[in-house]
Design a protein around this ligand. Sequence first.
Ligand SMILES: *[C@@H]1O[C@H](CO)[C@@H](O)[C@H](O)[C@H]1NC(C)=O
Ligand SMILES: *[C@@H]1O[C@H](CO)[C@@H](O)[C@H](O)[C@H]1NC(C)=O
Ligand SMILES: *[C@@H]1O[C@H](CO)[C@@H](O)[C@H](O)[C@H]1NC(C)=O
Ligand SMILES: *[C@@H]1O[C@H](CO)[C@@H](O)[C@H](O)[C@H]1NC(C)=O
Length: 456
Amino acid sequence: MPVYSVSHVENVRICVIMVGLPARGKSLIAQKIVRYLLWLSIKAKCFNVGSYRRQLAGDTAITAEFFNPDNRDGWSVRVEAVNRATEDMMRWFAEENGVVGIIDATNLTKQRRSDLLKLCRENLIEPIFLESWCDDQDLILQNIADVKTTSPDYVDVDPAVATDDFLSRISQYERNYQTLNVADDEDLTFIKLVNVGSQIIVNRIESYLESRIVYYVMNLHIKPRSIWLLRHGESEYNLTGQIGGDSNLSERGWRYAKKLPEIVLKSLGEEHEHTNLTVWTSTLKRTQQTASFLPYQKKLEWKALDELDAGECDGMTYEEIEQQFPEDFKARDDNKYEYRYRGGESYRDIVIRLEPIIMELERQENILIITHQAVLRCLYAYFMNVPQEESPWMSIPLHTLIKLEPRAYLTLVSRIKADIPAVSTYKEKGTSQLGELASEVSNSRDLILNSLQASV
Ligand SMILES: *[C@@H]1O[C@H](CO)[C@@H](O)[C@H](O)[C@H]1NC(C)=O
Ligand SMILES: *[C@@H]1O[C@H](CO)[C@@H](O)[C@H](O)[C@H]1NC(C)=O
Ligand SMILES: *[C@@H]1O[C@H](CO)[C@@H](O)[C@H](O)[C@H]1NC(C)=O
Ligand SMILES: *[C@@H]1O[C@H](CO)[C@@H](O)[C@H](O)[C@H]1NC(C)=O
């Protein structure tokens, strides 16, 4: 089975070194890059210096005074934290074949930066600096609000006290902060994001993989928005249990399509009822028919959103596949992510064709996507960080909308069931029968929030 991985093509290793004052969204950007690369099967990991610092300092309450440059104890703990994070990263590159490691730290002055640079170059790792620079006070305060509600440093601390403490912590760092600039750092590979994407400075990007990372961070924005993911209404093929094809909606599928505008409106809530959504569908009839009653002007068809191509099995039922291609049937159950239908596609193939969709999706605001079971599983896996061995088995029922609300440090998920029955198209492992055992279906992912820690 061919394994797609950019690194195998290029044999590169990259160390992304985050630069920026606290509350500039560095951890968020770092975590998103990791999630995106893992989704593409590129081995990536973030080394968060803040959590090393917390381990070293133990339970002692950390206040802004700790970050005073004249406080020797605080200073040596923080140096040690950076050292340990760096050592762990180097070990990960060497022993676990890491491809993209990210050092998420706050106080990287020129001296520290050049130490890291030297270490990377000696070990044939491409260093790339990623600075988030921000002087927009509203953005900073918004970020502080997110950090103080999620940072382990401020558990049980009064929010007003936490904000004050955090602001003075930032001013401790500001005393020594050195931004990246083209005049002094022209030899370095770096990306500088100014006020979250309102301006981007890119210097000396060399490899293909670096340029993917640049392109990805260029598309990020932090405006609040919702994403609705749904499958087409029940199709005629679903009634007969056939897969693939380009059939029409069933009678119940049409009922769902007619009810959809009302469900979406309700889910938007009163204050947003005039919000215009962008609607994306695949090129197949069943998704377009499902979208046909939605009142929004902006509708776009994407070939990349078409259902997994079942090749020679297109139009067959799972029972027929089990009888005619028993080996394939078993091979697919054994490794559903990698299994490629004869003349068709695997889940891995879908992820590759969905990459441009993810890039565009990051740029969008409110958007509703009507697509197919396998494609939806892959999109959902991206947003919720679902591992590859689980994603092809996730339950995504018909006539159910999934609403995602990405927040700074977590993604809220809700499922909205339309009250219109549909057949189940869920196939358990090891059987050709359709239908789900309610208790075993793994919706558990919904409960997992993508929470993460700030690095300061
Ligand atoms: C940042 O690092 C510099 C030297 O690398 C040090 O002098 C300064 O005290 C540090 N600042 C903070 C807030 O840790
Ligand atoms: C539902 O029907 C469509 C064809 O209309 C098919 O592509 C899809 O695979 C079906 N779902 C399942 C899992 O049977
Ligand atoms: C789908 O519906 C259209 C009319 O809405 C009809 O002309 C066509 O024959 C139908 N296709 C199938 C495969 O039933
Ligand atoms: C949504 O689009 C409609 C028609 O294109 C327009 O009249 C309306 O003002 C738009 N609403 C918003 C909130 O932009």
